[in-house]
Design a protein. Structure first.
Length: 241
């Protein structure tokens, strides 16, 4: 019965969310703005622009973030200053042009899940079993090295880029928020239910006590309240919405 429920939830979310990788050509371009012939996507969804040479080799030209969309097409803002550091495709100085490929939802199959406790983690992973999850134990070790027990959204982004993560999933109060790594925009939010109200700080992980060092020049304070911290971090209302 648990497996049937999980499959049902995954199918339901798959139909309501557009997280599939989509390859589409750029139809027009003007400076740092371009258009693709794919509509009805979320503002803040991102992807990469690639150029294919005559020998079929590909190079990444930059990122693109959806800024507007209708039923037939979407406009994207082009970003060139921060290409994926560990992507297998090499980069180049060639500028994007009409006909180049835009890979919408690039790396959306890999996520970092931030939750207050184990029950919530298992529920989300069962519902979104098609995603690959980078364990928060790795993030916790990274925060120890950074001496930052209260991570900023930019630090989450930095870690995600280094580990080829496309989505940040935050559970705050009774909602799941799906955040695009490149734009840091909340592209989807919906209600969830769970019984365990305990919270592990700064998030659920198997690594104990992420402490600041003695010479922490930034004077970061540890998170005192899980839900209040992530409500503020994501710019949500006090009810997590």
């Amino acid at each position: 019965m648990k497996l049937i429920i999980s499959i049902f939830l995954f199918i339901t979310y798959s139909f309501s969310l557009n997280l599939q990788i989509i390859d589409v050509n750029i139809t027009s371009i003007n400076k740092n703005q371009a258009t693709i012939a794919t509509g009805n996507v979320q503002i803040g969804q991102s992807g990469i622009i690639t150029h294919t040479f005559t020998n079929n080799e590909k190079m990444i030209l930059g990122y693109g973030v959806v800024t507007s969309t209708d039923s037939n097409s979407s406009n994207i803002k082009l970003i060139f200053d921060d290409i994926l550091p560990q992507d297998a495709i090499p980069t180049t100085n060639i500028e994007p042009s009409v006909g180049d490929n835009f890979v919408l939802n690039h790396l959306y199959d890999t996520a970092l899940l931030i939750v207050p406790n184990n029950e919530v983690e298992q529920k989300i992973k069962n519902a979104f079993y098609g995603l690959k999850y980078i364990e928060t134990d790795i993030l916790a070790g990274y925060l120890k090295l950074e001496k930052t027990p209260a991570p900023s959204l930019k630090l989450f982004q930095k870690f995600a880029k280094q580990n080829n993560i496309g989505l940040l999933l935050f559970v705050v109060e009774k909602k799941l928020h799906i955040v695009d790594v490149i734009s840091l925009k909340n592209i989807y939010s919906f209600d969830i239910t769970y019984n365990d109200t305990t919270t592990n700080l700064p998030f659920h992980t198997n690594v104990e006590k992420i402490n600041t060092g003695l010479f922490d020049f930034f004077k970061e304070e540890s998170i005192k309240d899980y839900h209040k911290y992530y409500t503020k971090l994501l710019g949500l209302n006090n009810d997590g919405k």
